[in-house]
Design a protein around this ligand. Structure first.
Ligand SMILES: [Zn+2]
Ligand SMILES: [Zn+2]
Length: 105
């Protein structure tokens, strides 16, 4: 899966925005802001790659893409971000999804 996010540079504070509810700011650069946003959108355990799609336009807004790693799969059922389990799942470990996680005792 790939999403496109916008990044606004305002007085060296970079704010990455995806849709209306996901937003991350940082002063360390656009890439860091996008990486923080990736964690908010996809979760801490999902591996992603970020890349600049277009440089800042005259309004100071740049566009970046966030791609999920298609090779990251559950070690038990083999589901991925794009092809998750039927009733939905999320990562419990980097290679173990919530459907396959042992039930808590
Ligand atoms: Zn699984
Ligand atoms: Zn799963």
């Amino acid at each position: 899966m790939e999403i496109i996010v916008s990044v606004r540079d305002r007085y060296n504070t970079y704010t990455a925005t995806f849709g209306s509810k996901h937003r991350a700011s940082c002063t360390g650069g656009a890439q860091q802001a996008v990486e923080r946003l990736a964690v908010k959108v996809f979760g801490q355990l999902q591996r992603t790659t970020v890349a600049e799609v277009s440089r800042a336009d005259c309004a100071g807004v740049a566009y970046w893409s966030i791609k999920t790693d298609p090779d990251q799969a559950c070690r038990l059922c083999g589901c991925t971000w794009d092809h998750g389990c039927e009733d939905g799942c999320y990562w419990i470990e980097a290679d173990l999804c919530s459907s396959c996680a042992p039930a808590e005792s």
